[in-house]
Design a protein around this ligand. Structure first.
Ligand SMILES: *[C@@H]1O[C@H](CO)[C@@H](O)[C@H](O)[C@H]1NC(C)=O
Ligand SMILES: *[C@@H]1O[C@H](CO)[C@@H](O)[C@H](O)[C@H]1NC(C)=O
Ligand SMILES: *[C@@H]1O[C@H](CO)[C@@H](O)[C@H](O)[C@H]1NC(C)=O
Ligand SMILES: *[C@@H]1O[C@H](CO)[C@@H](O)[C@H](O)[C@H]1NC(C)=O
Ligand SMILES: *[C@@H]1O[C@H](CO)[C@@H](O)[C@H](O)[C@H]1NC(C)=O
Ligand SMILES: *[C@@H]1O[C@H](CO)[C@@H](O)[C@H](O)[C@H]1NC(C)=O
Ligand SMILES: *[C@@H]1O[C@H](CO)[C@@H](O)[C@H](O)[C@H]1NC(C)=O
Ligand SMILES: *[C@@H]1O[C@H](CO)[C@@H](O)[C@H](O)[C@H]1NC(C)=O
Length: 552
């Protein structure tokens, strides 16, 4: 096994560039099959020997508006500098926490592919990710996540993506899991709708938190929604429980092995490498866990990703950059990791001799330590739906000054038990989701303002809100009718004040089937549709409240 791990020929080829023997395009896809990863060329099981590869970024998440990052795959000089050292520790996977989709990644990705190195990429970046304490799954995040997928999907050495990293890190943050699961579903759906390589998966990387068992079950369960699968393709586990000279039992690796032996998808350590603090600085890491992780755990765990390549304030670096970042100087941790990895020879499974037998676990039940309901999940985020909706309103928001929105939201959402805000609800604890909850603040406020306007005699004074809003001629472009229809009555997905997917009287989005003239009809969901010239308007049922106009 050791011979194949060193990959000397591959290094040489990579350093020689494309003229070398191994072309970057020869790298086989890695596929998920049951609980394992396999090479698609020969059916050998694939174990990750990964390194977290990101400079100037704290992966544990921050809402700091000043946070920034350096794209490690856009720095071709850095990739060339690091490759020979990455090869010395048998690296076959790099985990990157944030890339910039607008940059070019060809050189690094081709260099790594030529050396048999794959990439798993987180989809967020410090300023644009699902926040643990204020979780959302919305168009801004959707655009960021899909743009990362767009920019990396063309490289065959991309195994997949993390839709979140440690976004549930405390007992009171479990509701965030619902939004991450919705992101998993929508990004899996996006990869499939774009006809990108179907071997690319979407997973989640969890912190080792008290609710770890519920989290693992929640992300692997299929709550019975129709449509795109909501199950993660792989489970990343950030584990710092083996510290120094630990062992199988006290590190809880054994207990984790037992827990995940029934898991339906691959599990791997998405970060590992505990540091024990000692007087005078952190202790040198012996990496004795490597022998066990690549020893008798490979039936259940697909290897792991060491945290981390670059030295930073947290002292986890394997190497130090020197000479103005021109050269690499390994730390003793690098050397011990290298010798540990050099001495393992894992037993692997051949795809042809493996039949997946684990099925999806039951979703955890909502209780004191677990908040989000498993069904329904937050609705699919669809930027086009939001744009269609906003264009087809009669009262729209014109100001982009979001600091002025909150007062209007607060006022309108307090009216009539929140009926104007039903369509934008986004509450994972109760499962109350409006179909428009993932739209931008501006579009959501427009929807709410329009609901109020329709309910208050449609006079211009009911569409002002201190000058934020103005009336407009509703418009619809091709494709909008179908989208808007899909969120109206009959699908169970309609904005609803009572939630749980029931249709709400008076808040439906409906389209007339009449293409000419003005027609009124009642659709099966009970919504009156006024087919205007443009075909789509918002209808309000009989119980029109003539409550006082809003004066702010
Ligand atoms: C299968 O292919 C991979 C990638 O080329 C290679 O690393 C591995 O050694 C192969 N397995 C066998 C059993 O030859
Ligand atoms: C990230 O956070 C987790 C959980 O809070 C912690 O166990 C881990 O040590 C942190 N990692 C680093 C590198 O700070
Ligand atoms: C959430 O996950 C993303 C990775 O997709 C990460 O960039 C971000 O820092 C995480 N945020 C929090 C608050 O944990
Ligand atoms: C962000 O940067 C600005 C300008 O440098 C500074 O005033 C502000 O305090 C910083 N915010 C945080 C949270 O560090
Ligand atoms: C969880 O608790 C912390 C500390 O009390 C608090 O800052 C945070 O906002 C809470 N998060 C949620 C989602 O309630
Ligand atoms: C699956 O997701 C894609 C992308 O979000 C979407 O276009 C498609 O309609 C979804 N399919 C179903 C059946 O929900
Ligand atoms: C795996 O190996 C460790 C010692 O390295 C041992 O304690 C443990 O019982 C073994 N587990 C299994 C499932 O064989
Ligand atoms: C969700 O609804 C519950 C029950 O009404 C409420 O206690 C909670 O604050 C809501 N959560 C959010 C994020 O609004």
């Amino acid at each position: 096994m050791r011979g194949t791990w060193t990959g000397i020929a591959a290094v040489a080829a990579a350093l020689m560039g494309r003229a070398g023997a191994a072309s970057y395009d020869d790298i086989p896809d890695i596929e998920v099959y049951g609980q394992h990863f396999f090479y698609t060329n020969n059916g050998s099981q694939f174990l990750l020997r990964g390194v977290a590869y990101q400079q100037n970024y704290e992966p544990n998440g921050t809402a700091d508006s000043n946070a920034s990052y350096t794209d490690p795959l856009a720095d071709s000089a850095g990739c060339k500098r690091d490759l020979p050292y990455l090869q010395q520790i048998f690296t076959n996977v790099l985990r990157v926490y944030a890339i910039d989709p607008s940059q070019n990644h060809d050189e690094c990705m081709e260099l790594f592919a030529s050396a048999g190195i794959y990439v798993v990429a987180d989809l967020g970046e410090p300023k644009t990710s699902i926040e643990a304490d204020a979780p959302e799954w919305n168009v801004e995040l959707y655009r960021r996540y899909t743009s990362v997928v767009d920019s990396l999907s063309k490289y065959k050495n991309v195994i997949g993506f993390f839709a979140g990293n440690e976004n549930v890190s405390a007992g009171n943050q479990t509701a965030a899991a619902a939004f991450v699961k919705a992101a998993v579903r929508d990004i899996k759906g996006y990869i499939s709708s774009q006809n990108y390589r179907s071997t690319m998966g979407v997973g989640y990387a969890t912190a080792d938190v008290p609710v770890r068992d519920e989290l693992a079950a929640y992300f692997a369960c299929e709550p019975g929604n129709s449509g795109n699968s909501t199950q993660i393709d792989f489970w990343g586990y950030n584990v710092y429980s083996w510290c120094g000279e630990s062992n199988y039992a006290s590190s809880q690796y054994g207990e984790r092995y037992d827990f995940f032996s029934d898991y339906p998808v691959p599990v791997f350590f998405a970060e590992y490498g505990c540091i024990v603090g000692v007087e005078g600085g952190p202790e040198h890491r012996p990496f004795t866990e490597v022998e066990v992780l690549y020893g008798n755990m490979t039936n259940v765990f697909s290897g792991g990703i060491v945290y981390q390549w670059f030295q930073s304030e947290n002292d986890y670096g394997l190497v130090q950059l020197e000479d103005n970042d021109a050269s690499v100087s390994p730390y003793p941790d690098f050397t011990s990791l290298r010798s540990q990895l050099a001495s393992v020879s894992p037993t692997t499974t051949q795809r042809s001799r493996y039949t997946p037998s684990n099925s999806a676990p039951a979703c955890p039940t909502t209780g004191s330590s677990w908040l989000p309901v498993a069904s329904p999940l937050p609705p699919a985020v669809n930027p086009q739906l939001c744009a269609c909706m906003a264009a087809s309103l009669q009262c729209n928001i014109k100001s982009t000054d979001e600091t002025k929105y909150e007062d209007v939201f607060n006022y309108l959402c307090e009216q009539h038990d929140g009926k104007y805000c039903a369509g934008i609800q986004h509450n994972a604890t109760t499962g109350d989701f409006g179909a428009l909850g993932g739209c931008s603040p501006k579009d959501k406020l427009a929807w709410v303002a329009n609901e109020y306007f329709m309910d208050n005699g449609r006079s211009a004074s009911a569409c002002d809100f201190s000058g934020l809003a103005t009336t407009q001629a509703p418009a619809t472009s091709s494709g909008c009718g179908t989208l808007l229809n899909a969120v109206s009555g009959g699908t169970g997905d309609v904005p609803s004040p009572t939630g749980k997917g029931t249709a709400a009287v008076g808040t439906g989005v409906a389209q007339s089937s009449s293409k000419t003239g003005v027609a009124a009809s009642v659709n099966p969901g009970g919504f009156v549709s006024y087919g205007g010239v443009l075909g789509v308007v918002y209808a309000v049922l009989a119980a029109v409240s003539m409550a006082g106009m809003l004066v702010l």
